[in-house]
Design a protein around this ligand. Structure first.
Ligand SMILES: O=C1CCCN[C@@H]1CCCn1cnc2cc(F)c(F)cc2c1=O
Ligand SMILES: [Mg+2]
Length: 517
């Protein structure tokens, strides 16, 4: 087992694969776009799930399970909804050697599976709000190069689907969920995100509007969509006939016209793990946030030499077990690495690859002085060591883990902020992208302009690099990431609104643009 043999800065995609493999987060599978989540990454997803599940239940959401399969007729229920996605649908065509009469789709998302039952179950306004969620996996047969966690053909996620009597009530919930998504990133994964609304071009076409949390990957300077909470308006309730009687209807006439319910749908996937790894990892491997990592502290015996007597070694190991108990008593997830035949240095490297936030070295010196030698994984080696008195362990270690969590977030936030720049002159845009920035443009929010910006930024990248765009690789064209809720100060009059010299529209809002995943 050797370390990472490429640098994050010079060969990012190779670095990412090695960090995940050598950090024991996943293993590869013979079907392209599919990966095995090993316990280290499953633990992260389980922590995210427990945290989110508790909070959506407080909002009155219930979990349920709908079938994995969607009949062809049901999936194609509304051409409009599916047309742009047809190429991504995976189909079952045989049972054994018997060809099926009609092929069956594997769910890519569950609107068409669930909403016929919403129409059946929702009769009166007293059945509202209906709030159901599924923790499941879905399949999308992506064409672009797969990337572990970020773009996979099967992925685990949650998909929430709610129905409300009024637009206002739906709108309130859209934002409650978006806030929870932002909290997952910022509080659990130590990843800063920007909240905003998707433009008409980038929103979920079947919906009314899309809100999103947008992350930023410093190593590539690319934005990344972290999770989406859509208001579907009445689009799907009109498609599927989900109606209730108007509770305020007075006359028989009014009673007859049914109200179409207002719906939301919201999803967050195991993509969160990839974002966390890409942001915090370094050339020694994973760097894991204490809040979600399976093992927060590892205790490694040091100074155990061949000339040490067995009883001295046993005594030292016994002391280490005692230290573990002290930490377990304050809910620290701690292990000791007593493997024989491996040097301390080998063990240090192994746990650094796994991104274990804190290593405690304990040998005869520490034992005599009643302290441990602590090493923080998130700091450069030379700055990472400190001595902690054994009597302080039960308060100092939890505090130190909390400090590591906060420092990881603060460093990532500083990088995001310093690489988000306001552009007021078109000629500054592409150079800013090439400097690994995401850009705030005063944008007219028209789709035509977005297309223009995307294609001219892609073209100038090709001209500069001389390399044609690989259709399966992430695009070099910049796209709109979101219209941040937190808008910079007012729109400057007279400035080319959307960075598109040919645009003569009025600037409507500051819009975040960037190359993305
Ligand atoms: O993004 C979410 C959150 C969770 C529930 N779904 C919404 C919208 C999903 C948009 N979407 C996204 N991808 C799709 C891929 C397909 F193959 C397909 F048939 C349909 C879709 C599709 O509708
Ligand atoms: Mg897609």
């Amino acid at each position: 087992l050797i370390g990472i043999d490429v640098s994050k800065d010079t060969d990012f995609s190779e670095w990412y694969q090695q960090v995940l493999l050598k950090g024991d987060m996943l293993d590869y599978y013979d079907i392209s776009g599919c990966y095995i989540l090993k316990p280290a990454s499953q633990f992260v997803w389980d922590e995210v799930r427990a945290w989110f599940d508790l909070r959506i239940k407080r909002l009155g959401v219930k979990n349920c399970s709908f079938p994995l399969f969607v009949s062809e007729d049901v999936l194609n229920r509304e051409k409009a909804h599916i047309e742009g996605f047809a190429a991504e649908v995976a189909w079952v065509t045989h049972g054994g050697s018997t060809k099926l009469e009609k092929k069956i789709a594997i769910r890519p998302t569950s609107e068409t599976v669930m909403y016929p039952y919403y129409a059946k179950w929702i009769q009166s306004y007293r059945d509202l709000p209906l709030k159901l969620n599924q923790w499941n996996s879905v399949v999308r047969w992506e064409f672009k190069h797969p990337q572990p966690f970020l773009r996979t053909r099967e992925f685990h996620w949650q998909e929430g689907h709610t129905a409300h009597l009024t637009e206002a009530e739906a709108g309130e919930e859209v934002l409650q969920i978006l806030d929870l998504y932002a909290d997952i990133y910022e509080q659990l994964l130590a990843v800063p995100v920007i909240k905003g609304r998707k433009t008409e071009k980038e929103k979920f076409a079947g919906g009314y509007y899309t809100t999103t949390v947008e992350g930023y990957i410093p190593a590539t300077g690319r934005g990344i969509q972290g999770g989406t909470s859509h208001c579907l308006g009445q689009n799907f309730s009109k498609m599927f006939g989900i109606t209730v009687q108007d509770p305020n209807a007075k006359t028989e006439e009014e009673k007859k016209n049914a109200l179409h319910v207002w719906q939301n749908s919201w999803g967050l996937s195991t993509r969160v793990i990839g974002v966390m790894v890409m942001i915090h990892g370094d050339d020694r491997g994973l760097v894991m946030p204490p809040r979600v990592v399976e093992t927060q502290v590892v205790i490694v015996p040091v100074g155990v030499t061949a000339k040490m007597s067995d009883e001295d070694k046993d005594a030292l190991y016994k002391e280490i077990e005692g230290l573990k108990e002290v930490l377990k008593a304050v809910d620290v997830r701690v292990v000791s690495d007593l493997r024989e035949g491996y040097s301390p240095g080998w063990k240090f490297n192994d746990w650094e690859l796994k991104g274990t936030p804190l290593r405690l070295e304990f040998g005869p010196g520490e034992s005599k002085g009643h302290f441990v030698t602590a090493s923080r994984r998130d700091l450069p080696k030379e700055e990472s060591k400190s001595q902690i008195a054994i009597s302080e362990l039960n308060t100092a270690i939890p505090a130190l883990l909390d400090t590591i969590q906060k420092d990881l977030f603060n460093r990532a936030e500083a990088k995001y902020k310093s690489h988000t720049i306001k552009i007021t002159k078109w000629e500054d845009f592409v150079p800013a992208l090439n400097d690994k920035n995401v850009c705030l443009l005063q944008h007219c929010l028209t789709e035509a302009c977005e297309d223009q910006i995307k294609e001219s930024s892609a073209r100038s990248a090709e001209e500069q690099s001389g390399v044609p765009q690989d259709e399966r690789a992430p695009s070099m064209g910049a796209k709109s990431l979101c219209i941040p809720f937190d808008q910079p100060e007012g729109i400057e009059k007279g400035v080319t609104p959307c960075g598109n010299p040919k645009c003569s529209n009025k600037a409507e809002a500051w819009c975040l643009f960037g190359r993305s995943y």
